[in-house]
Write a protein that binds this ligand. Structure first.
Ligand code: CAA
Length: 258
């Protein structure tokens, strides 16, 4: 399908989604987020895709929700359309692994979109922030909650209350991103990581993702119990049989994703 605000490209078993509103630094308007939902639906339904990458341009992953689109909205408008929940949370419901490749600005909704992904790899040019307070609002797509879980209360509070940006080195130090790479190598590195994930057993990767995410939703003892149940269930998969046999036989596993 042809998109107006995204580029989509399959690279082997990796589905890449590139935000593509260069004139607005990839500001996330309704049209773009509706397309993002469709693109994620497509990749999720595609058995050949095992890992998804969301990225932007060298200058901006995304500079936030589209302020010009938001500006005229009233309380009744945003309440009735459940603004920001409706088509933004698709990324959080994606069952396949999703990696954010961030260069340049990831601000407001851009930072929130990146944090909805399973992990973030950043270029050394990346800048993260929740500057909504400067517009007389606060983060509206999970920023006050997810950023706090990533970087802790003090830093999240400072960023949300001052609107200041965090550079890539600080983002790595604080646990917001899994690692930082030189800007020119971002996509090569991310695609390498994505391919590594895609080469694993897809159902096992999906269950692993589900289990790590559960850590954010429940107590330690319940999370460990959940992990144990999933771990046990993996012994019913062909890929567990293959993975362990391959190790014992000193060869590479041939996962069949079942
Ligand atoms: N919405 C709409 N348009 C945006 C935008 C946004 N979030 N961010 C940038 N643009 C547009 C600019 O208006 C400009 O368009 P024009 O050429 O038509 O004027 C174009 O993109 C280029 O931007 P700048 O000229 O401002 O570029 P710059 O390099 O001077 O500055 C920047 C870059 C610091 C990122 C600056 O653009 C900026 O501060 N953008 C807004 C960041 C922001 O406040 N984000 C939070 C949005 S609210 C939100 O996201 C709510 C939520 O929680 C979901």
């Amino acid at each position: 399908m042809a998109y107006q605000n995204l580029l989509v490209e399959k690279k082997g078993a990796v589905g890449v989604i590139t935000l593509n509103r260069p004139d607005a630094l990839n500001a996330l308007n309704k049209a773009l987020m509706d397309e993002m939902t469709l693109a994620l639906d497509d990749y999720e339904a595609d058995d050949d895709i095992h890992c998804i990458v969301i990225t932007g341009s060298a200058k901006a992953f995304a500079a936030g929700a589209d302020i010009k689109e938001m500006q005229p909205k009233s309380y009744m408008d945003v309440y009735k359309e459940d603004f920001i929940t409706a088509n933004w949370e698709r990324a959080t419901r994606c069952r396949k692994p999703v990696i954010a490749a961030v260069a340049g600005y990831a601000l407001g909704g851009g930072c929130e979109l990146a944090m909805m992904c399973d992990f973030i790899i950043a270029a050394d040019t990346a800048k993260f922030g929740q500057p909504e307070i400067k517009l007389g609002v606060m983060p509206g797509a999970g920023g006050s909650q997810r950023l706090t879980r990533f970087v802790g209360k003090s830093k999240a509070m400072e960023m949300c209350l001052t609107g200041r940006m965090m550079d890539a080195a600080e983002a790595e130090r604080s646990g917001l991103v899994s690692r930082v790479v030189p800007a020119g190598e971002l996509m090569d590195e991310v695609l390498k990581v994505a391919q590594t994930v895609a080469d694993m057993s897809l159902p096992i990767a999906m269950m692993t993702k589900e289990s790590v995410n559960r850590a954010y939703e429940t107590t330690l003892s319940e999370g460990v119990r959940f992990e144990r149940r999933l771990f046990h269930s993996m012994f019913a998969t062909e890929d567990q049989t293959e993975g362990m046999a391959a190790f014992v036989e000193k060869r590479q596993p041939q996962f069949r994703h079942r």
